[in-house]
Design a protein around this ligand. Sequence first.
Ligand code: FES
Ligand code: FES
Length: 221
Amino acid sequence: MENPPNTALTRRNLFIVGAASATAVAAHSAAAAEAGASAHGAPPLRDEAVMSVRMTVNGQMRTLALDTRTTLLDALREQLQLTGTKKGCDHGQCGACTVIVDGRRINSCLTLAVMHEGAQVTTIEGLGNPQKLHALQAAFVKHDGYQCGYCTPGQICSAVGVLDEIKAGIPSHVSADLTARPLLSADEIRERMSGNICRCGAYSNILDAITEVAESNGGAA
Ligand code: FES
Ligand code: FES
């Protein structure tokens, strides 16, 4: 059956409009490519968006040329291939990305790498190695403080920070006496580790591992 004349006209117009749109998109893409933009619309990277950053990572001075929007987590994983530090939520909610910067544990997904010019960064790779494990790494193995292991690097870096904080007398939300040295109690350790989520639920073994190291070192990691 033949289409009525006005319907045929509509279809013909549709093809014309479609062809014109495709040409316009192609022309736009070519212009964008010449300007340095990606075809999917990401803005071009301007020179002023790239900065050189120097930081000491696991005892080694590293110099990085970074897009200023790069998080410390991505700089460690993507630029330095230190993939022991994990990306879980990328929103500061799981603790998988915890590293130690200038002696303090932080979520590396929540901070830009360019903010750490001159910093001392320690990741799980810098704490120990298979031949010479850090005391907390050995304790996690001994107490089975993991199942899948994805949260483990963050848990261990965080635990190093926790024991340092207790040693330094820094109180937590559950410290009864803010002027006394915090106790090495299970409640204190649980509270301080509460930013590190373990989806496998290895919490009781993690607590055992940290407690053993805390007690054997008198509170220091
Ligand atoms: Fe950083 Fe979850 S990946 S807190
Ligand atoms: Fe699997 Fe913690 S061991 S998430």
